[in-house]
Design a protein around this ligand. Structure first.
Ligand code: GAR
Length: 207
């Protein structure tokens, strides 16, 4: 059984989707044992506590560099035997040390079809604003491994979602979450814990 740490910054609906999937027995060979938040106001912390999961806050604002923040996170993870880190709406960029210590063991959920609408500056609702401004008719979500390039790691699962005529950012964000994120993130996590994701360079194969 793999211990899973989920990193959060906000509402935590993706964390909730993971907890619900776990309760239904859909996270095979994995267990969420720890939730780390980048700020103390993240509602995700309430969701974790309700589910009886241990939490910690490592506040990004208290560290003046990405490297110092990384060190603090690594210290908190120490001794917890974490086999997988899931970034579920975690809006701080991780540093190289953490990424290399957990190489191919960090999964992120991004609210667009990578390689579109991703990279530095594309997070949360901003992604959906850019999607609406572009006029594309289809968007979606991507579960992928994390490497040193923002949103640049190997793609695990994607799901497309229609953009509709009268959408605004809120409506589109909710549709992308409900139809794509909350479905593919728990699936990708389970596939990982079951050892069913083979990585070849920047591509994955589900076995
Ligand atoms: C989600 O839409 C997630 O995909 C996005 O932030 C939201 C967090 O919602 N993440 C990113 O934009 C990462 N680049 P949640 O806290 O309710 O899960």
């Amino acid at each position: 059984m793999l211990n899973i740490a989920v990193f959060v910054s906000g509402g935590g609906t993706n964390l909730q989707a993971l907890i619900d999937a776990q309760d239904r027995g859909e996270i095979k060979n994995g267990k969420i044992t720890f939730v780390l938040a980048s700020n103390e106001n993240a509602y995700a912390l309430e969701r974790a506590k309700k589910a009886g999961i241990e939490t910690a806050v490592v506040n990004r604002k208290q560290y003046d560099s990405k490297e110092a923040y990384d060190r603090a996170i690594l210290d908190v993870l120490e001794g917890r035997d974490i086999g997988l880190i899931v970034l579920a709406g975690f809006l701080s960029i991780l540093g190289e040390e953490l990424i290399s210590q957990y190489r191919n063991r960090i999964i992120n959920i991004h609210p667009s079809l990578i390689p579109l609408f991703c990279g530095d500056g594309f997070y949360g609702k901003r992604v959906h604003t850019a999607v609406l401004e572009s006029g594309v008719k289809v968007t979606g979500a991507t579960a992928h491994f994390v490497n040193e390039i923002t949103d640049g790691g190997a793609i695990i699962l994607q799901k497309a979602v229609d953009v509709e005529q009268n959408d605004n950012e809120d409506i589109l964000q909710y549709r992308v979450m409900r139809q794509a994120e909350w479905e593919i993130l728990p699936k990708a996590v389970s596939l990982f814990c079951e050892g069913r994701i083979k990585i070849n360079g920047n591509k994955t194969e589900i076995i």
